[in-house]
Ligand binder design. Structure first.
Ligand code: MTE
Ligand code: MO
Length: 380
């Protein structure tokens, strides 16, 4: 087995950032694929290696604060007479999406920024099929114990951090698992077997949360009283607000980023494009909000954030609970020369994005939730 073979197809499809293999989806594929991103175009985020797991002998281990610890062979997990299966359409977004704008403002201190200067393509939407985790805990383990507050997901991949080798491990609150069907153990992506690079044979999909919680190659689940002690949970994906100052960027001063805030991006045209038009410019992009909030309203400004034009509503009987909305708009433009366009989104809780990235800036450069800007040259 060579992971290079696995990546070969992906390589032409993504803008590859670094090793371990990270790549973001090109805007043309986000716009071209429509609501569901094709597997071969889907962005990839890895902390370490890509494990090679034999699905024939794979067993998922569940332990910790559950009534009965178990090992479930994959074929039992996939057996619909044992566990009920569902499909969900969910967006996966890396919390590092649009980090480049925060780096441009001020690079901060985090080592994340060296790893992944993401643009607008660390996001994608797929139809995931599998079994809700809460059903597995109930059916196979007889439920969790009253002390259980968090569920830890351990991946089979290992990575190197500060002189030690760790398994990828993260956790989500038990409340998130208990209240929704949308924490899934998935083995299928867009009707195809889950690709190896996206976590085969089994991954977690935590709809509405940052991508980091959707553990790939999950091999063990632990019910815990506290969040996972894995460094990915305790040292990464923390929000350090900008006022705390450089010397206080300590784990104890950050909070764990779980649900994804509202965010959006303009994918077409691109910054520095010369746009020849006769009175209006078409813009296209994505808009998304986490935690089961859907996108209510997308607004585009042709003058850097003073005047806003709303994107025409879609059929609102089709809410996008856990999925993005791809949008387009024709904005009337009279001026010639450089114009600054920006987009902001309003979600179903009336959350929106601040006008400037400095309001969204945080020390580890996560969740760039601020109006996304492009500068283009308009020729009328
Ligand atoms: N799971 C494991 N085991 N190892 C990882 O490095 N990266 C996480 C998450 N799950 C990761 C993981 C991050 S940060 C993101 S954004 C998503 O996987 C990306 O999922 P994808 O590569 O399938 O797009
Ligand atoms: Mo991520």
């Amino acid at each position: 087995f060579s992971w290079k073979t696995v990546l070969k197809e992906k390589h032409d499809m993504l803008h590859v950032l670094d090793f371990p293999y990270n790549g973001e989806t090109l805007p043309k594929y986000i716009l071209g694929d429509g609501k569901i991103t094709q597997n071969k175009h889907f962005f990839v985020r890895n902390h370490g290696g890509i494990p090679d797991i034999d699905p024939e002998c794979f067993e998922l281990e569940i332990g910790g604060l559950v009534k009965t610890p178990v090992r479930i062979p994959l074929k039992d997990l996939k057996d619909p007479s044992k566990f009920p299966q569902i499909s969900i359409t969910a967006t996966l977004q890396c919390s590092g999406t649009r980090r480049r704008e925060q780096i441009d403002e001020y690079p901060g201190d985090g080592d994340e920024l060296i790893n992944a200067p993401w643009g607008e393509g660390a996001i994608g939407t797929a139809v995931w099929r599998g079994v809700p985790l809460k059903k597995v805990l109930k059916i196979a383990c007889g439920g969790v114990l009253p002390e259980c507050q968090h569920l830890e997901f351990v991946g089979a991949d290992t990575y190197f951090k500060k002189y030690e080798v760790y398994n990828y491990a993260v956790s989500v609150p038990w409340r998130k698992v208990r209240q929704s069907e949308e924490v899934l153990l998935a083995w299928e992506m867009n009707g195809e077997p889950l690709p190896k690079i996206h976590g085969a044979p089994l991954r977690v999909v935590v709809a509405g949360y940052i991508g980091a919680r959707s553990c790939k190659w999950v091999c063990r689940i632990n019910a815990l009283a506290e969040p996972s002690f894995g460094p990915v949970q305790r040292q990464e994906y923390l929000y350090y607000n900008q006022q705390i100052g450089k010397h206080n960027v300590l784990i104890s001063n950050g909070f764990s980023i779980q649900a994804m805030p509202v965010s959006s991006a303009i994918l077409s045209p691109k910054t520095k494009d010369v746009v020849i038009h006769d009175g209006s410019i078409e813009l296209k992009g994505w808009a998304y909000s986490g935690n089961g909030n859907w996108v209510e309203r997308v607004e585009v400004s042709p003058d850097g954030g003073h005047v806003w034009y709303p994107v025409a509503q879609e059929d609102m009987t089709q809410k996008h609970y856990y999925a993005w909305r791809l949008w387009k708009i024709e904005v009337p433009v009279d001026a010639e020369g450089w114009l600054e366009f920006c987009v902001r989104t309003w979600d179903s809780s009336n959350n929106t994005e601040p006008t400037y990235v400095r309001s969204a800036w945080n020390w580890d450069l996560h969740v760039t939730s601020s109006a996304h800007r492009i500068k283009i040259y308009s020729v009328n």
